[in-house]
Design a protein. Structure first.
Length: 216
């Protein structure tokens, strides 16, 4: 039986210091510096994953490898994710490939809607996405951002209906918020921090900088 764990339990565990909980699982970014080194790491991860019968999503680029773990059977994290994350970190260390948590983020889009059932089919068709539940659309290939339809009771004058959610490592959120404000943005509210901060640009287009903190 798969044992579910919380993000806090994951982060409190040993050997997962390079991993961070984001919107869609725990992630690690390994700076390889070359495609060959990245391929070597991916090969090692594939062996570990097959042995554990637990397979992560892996993105291989020239400069680095991003790995994402989640247990779909429980709709979140499990001890299987923690165990495989430790093993992956160990093999990366053996290959002298460092983890860089600051490089991680997830991006989701949120559409405020009064009639979501009428709006969602359009976005599903135009993006080629798959509907998940009553309020979410996902890229079936895992390449694009997820889209969440947030129900509204009434229109909100002078406010855009679409905003961006940027999920960042919990220990990088305040720096990201400060950088955005320094770049010309302003804080709309921090009443939900550290779960999320709502910021806006000079034309009041909004973005939430989000973390897993305050949600478990």
């Amino acid at each position: 039986m798969v044992e579910q764990i919380t993000p806090r339990q994951f982060h409190d565990g040993a050997g997962v210091e390079g991993w961070r909980m984001l919107a869609h699982g725990v992630c690690a970014y390994f700076r390889t510096g070359s495609f060959q080194a990245g391929a070597q790491l991916v090969d090692a991860i594939a062996e570990l994953a097959d042995a554990a019968n637990h397979h992560p999503d892996i993105d291989l680029r020239y400069a680095g490898v991003t790995v994402r773990l989640i247990t779909h059977e429980v709709g979140g994290l499990s001890t299987r994710d923690a165990s495989l994350a430790r093993q992956i970190s160990e093999v990366a260390h053996e290959l002298d490939i460092p983890a860089d948590p600051v490089a991680l983020h997830d991006i989701d889009l949120t559409i405020d809607s009064l009639v979501a059932p009428q709006v969602m089919p359009f976005w599903r068709a135009v993006l080629g996405y798959t509907q998940v539940g009553d309020a979410d659309l996902e890229d079936r290939f895992g390449r694009g951002p997820s889209i969440w339809f947030q129900e509204m009771d009434a229109p909100r004058p002078q406010r855009n209906r679409i905003h961006v959610d940027v999920w960042v490592p919990h220990d990088a959120a305040e720096a990201r918020v400060e950088a955005a404000i320094a770049a010309g943005g302003h804080l709309v509210t921090d009443e939900h921090a550290p779960a999320w901060w709502t910021l806006a640009d000079a034309e009041d287009n909004e973005v939430d900088v989000a973390t897993w903190m305050g949600r478990d």
